[in-house]
Design a binder for this molecule. Sequence first.
Ligand SMILES: Nc1ncnc2c1ncn2[C@@H]1O[C@H](COP(=O)(O)OP(=O)(O)O)[C@@H](O)[C@H]1O
Ligand SMILES: O=C(O)C1=C[C@@H](OP(=O)(O)O)[C@@H](O)[C@H](O)C1
Ligand SMILES: [Mg+2]
Length: 162
Amino acid sequence: MSIILIGFMGAGKSTVAKLLSNDFIDLDKMIEQQIEMPISTFFDLFGEDDFRQVEQEVFEAAIHMDFVIATGGGIVENTGNLDILGFQNQVVYLKSDFDSLWQRILKDDKNQRPLAKDKEFARKLFEKRTPVYEKVADLVIAVENKQPDKIAQEIRDWQGNL
Ligand SMILES: Nc1ncnc2c1ncn2[C@@H]1O[C@H](COP(=O)(O)OP(=O)(O)O)[C@@H](O)[C@H]1O
Ligand SMILES: O=C(O)C1=C[C@@H](OP(=O)(O)O)[C@@H](O)[C@H](O)C1
Ligand SMILES: [Mg+2]
């Protein structure tokens, strides 16, 4: 079993996964390869429910590859994904306060996040999901004001003591 990174949009899952291993999967990128379009376009064309269906199918495939996985922030929206996470023992939650995440999301010109168009809508998602992240996590790391390489080292140190 390998590290699975969870947390809200902007927490640094895609960034930290790359630092942890060359054998990593960014689930969003794997999804975009499958749907052959940006996630934002898929949301516009087919909606969130169809996205969650694809996300679960791709997650079920990715989990068998035993790579470090950077999930998308909505991985906890689907009970099938929660069942999978429940069987893992290296689920790492990159935790931050909403305002810090929102600043990162606003500055991030590389990722289009269809569910981050409105701050108060995103805040409600954050409030809904935070207890679920906490519940499924084997390790919680506070990531505010922390560099990605320090976060990656904390995860390696924790892994080394398992
Ligand atoms: N530890 C960090 N400190 C500051 N900015 C970060 C950190 N980790 C990631 N970022 C930046 O925040 C944005 C979101 O990072 P990303 O890895 O895409 O997060 P996620 O995959 O959790 O949505 C990117 O612009 C990234 O450069
Ligand atoms: O929070 C969410 O529902 C989503 C988060 C995104 O991934 P990141 O958390 O890597 O931005 C991506 O999966 C999609 O836009 C939906
Ligand atoms: Mg990401």
